[in-house]
Write a protein that binds this ligand. Structure first.
Ligand SMILES: Cc1cc2nc3c(=O)[nH]c(=O)nc-3n(C[C@H](O)[C@H](O)[C@H](O)COP(=O)(O)OP(=O)(O)OC[C@H]3O[C@@H](n4cnc5c(N)ncnc54)[C@H](O)[C@@H]3O)c2cc1C
Length: 446
């Protein structure tokens, strides 16, 4: 970690980095790692000091593990709890669903606190050569006059327009209160779900798209070393109605479990549901073996937003890219965001590399194409799925039917965790293609 003071940058105060990354969570640290690994001069500003808490379920799926392995740090997860699948509970039935065998992804995941995980990944970026300022907040973007291209306020839909040219940030070191400009040829916005920096340069969330809210707390539990993570697909509100969301118990292997509830607030009728009440109900009704109670609680739960389905934009400007939660990249099927933070950070690094090699603004636009190729259809299918499960009678029918068949639920798990095999024509792929056809022909606003 570097201090902001005086001669901290290679070229002093006038130094212009190739890339400045705002935020050192999964998306920012992954982007910085892949850029630094390719030899680019990259700086990261992170307002907190690692290791730091981040409200999360702490669950890594095989998709996340793949990215961690590609960054060469799976060995650093030795203290993390490795697990082999999902135990689904709904309407009195229980199914154990192991992670599938897959040519690209491992068949296991980990549960690890973000306190530990994010410090490991950020350090990886630093060791690869990124300059990292912790305890330092980007308080204001440095914008340049546009020389062409779109203007976010000019288009009919701001999310499909282009961001203004951002060429750095005014940053403030928390310990000293000292502020100074940091300049770069390109800027990556990786500041998470609330994305104040992103909003300052013109991003916004499409309020017609799904949004999640989630709450989590830690408990001591005799089940802390279970080898399956647990999801409850029939959580209920104060009146006993099934709501679109799920409750979870994720074992950490260190005496604790991470317990939480997530709710989709797409449909108007779910906007008023209180997640604290949902959490209290879930804790009271979770299987007794976990021994969840106020006596085993390690503190009050904390919550956060889950912007999903690429609902935030614009994501590209002539000098700027937006990644991770700041771009709304969470998977709407399951609320998973860590893998998508790592992946979009990496996709952004690939486009930035091409831009830095001479491709300029046009190369940067390749990021949007990469996002569309990687997630476009899948997220349209997910949004169609959410429209279905936001109706309680359809949600009950879908989940209730699925719980009668282990093979059907295994396919659903593969779809929801984005672990389909492109080279295979198995039932999960066939079911997904049927859903994809619906998503292609059904209007989004329906
Ligand atoms: C309750 C809950 C449970 C969840 N459970 C899971 C789960 O089990 N598995 C999963 O995969 N996903 C889960 N998610 C989603 C996951 O937490 C996010 O998708 C993920 O953290 C996104 O990574 P990110 O790097 O984009 O953003 P963040 O992790 O939010 O990182 C952003 C970073 O930017 C920093 N920052 C912000 N503003 C500035 C600024 N102006 N200057 C400098 N630094 C700044 C922040 O301090 C932070 O470190 C959960 C989310 C919630 C709320």
């Amino acid at each position: 970690m570097t201090s902001l003071a005086s001669t901290d940058t290679p070229g002093g105060a006038d130094h212009v980095y190739d890339v400045l990354v705002v935020g050192g969570g999964p998306s920012g640290s992954s982007c910085a790692y892949w850029l630094a690994e390719a030899g680019w001069d990259v700086a990261v500003v992170e307002k907190k000091v690692f290791p730091r808490e981040k409200t999360c379920g702490d669950g890594l799926t095989p998709r996340s593990v793949r990215q961690i392995a590609d960054m060469g740090i799976e060995g650093a997860l030795t203290g993390a709890h490795r697990y082999s699948g999902l135990r689904a509970h709904a309407f009195g039935k229980v199914l154990d669903l192991p992670w599938p065998e897959h040519p690209t992804f491992p068949s296991y995941g980990y549960v690890i606190t973000r306190h530990d995980l994010d410090a490991i990944v950020n350090e990886r970026a630093m060791k690869a050569g990124a300059t990292v300022w912790q305890g330092t907040e980007a308080v204001e973007p440095i914008l340049e006059e546009r020389t062409g291209g779109g203007n976010p306020s000019a288009g009919s839909d701001a999310r499909t327009a282009e961001l203004p040219s951002c060429v750095g940030a005014v940053v403030r070191e928390k310990a000293t209160g000292q502020t100074r400009p940091v300049r770069a040829r390109y800027v990556v916005v990786a500041d998470g779900a609330n994305s104040r920096f992103g909003r300052a340069i013109g991003t916004s969330r499409d309020r017609n798209q799904p949004m999640g809210m989630a709450l989590r707390g830690y408990y001591t539990s005799p089940g802390h070393d279970q080898t399956f993570i647990e999801s409850h697909l029939d959580i209920r509100d104060g009146e006993g109605n099934v709501v679109p969301g799920y409750g979870w118990v994720f074992p950490l292997g260190d005496g604790r479990v991470n317990v939480g509830v997530g709710l989709l607030s797409t449909d108007r009728r779910w906007k008023g549901v209180n997640t604290s009440t949902l959490m209290d109900h879930f804790v009271a009704y979770a299987p007794k073996e976990w021994e969840l109670s106020p006596a085993t609680s390690l503190g009050p739960p904390t919550g956060g937003k889950l912007p999903m389905g690429l609902a935030v934009g614009p994501r590209v400007g002539a000098t700027t890219l937006v990644v991770g939660d700041a771009a709304g990249t969470i998977n709407p099927f399951n609320g998973e965001g860590i893998a998508y933070g790592y992946e979009t950070g990496r996709l952004a690094a690939a486009s930035l590399g091409e831009a830095l090699l001479g491709g300029g603004a046009e190369a940067l636009r390749g990021y949007e194409r990469r996002l569309e190729e990687t997630y476009g259809l899948y997220y349209r299918v997910a949004r169609a799925f959410i429209r279905i499960i936001s109706r309680p009678e359809l949600m009950t029918l879908c989940v209730g039917t699925g719980m009668y068949s282990e093979s059907l639920m295994s396919w659903i798990l593969r779809i929801m965790a984005n672990l389909l095999r492109p080279d295979e024509t198995g039932p999960a792929e066939a079911a997904y293609r049927a859903l994809a056809l619906i998503a292609r022909i059904a209007p989004e606003g329906a």
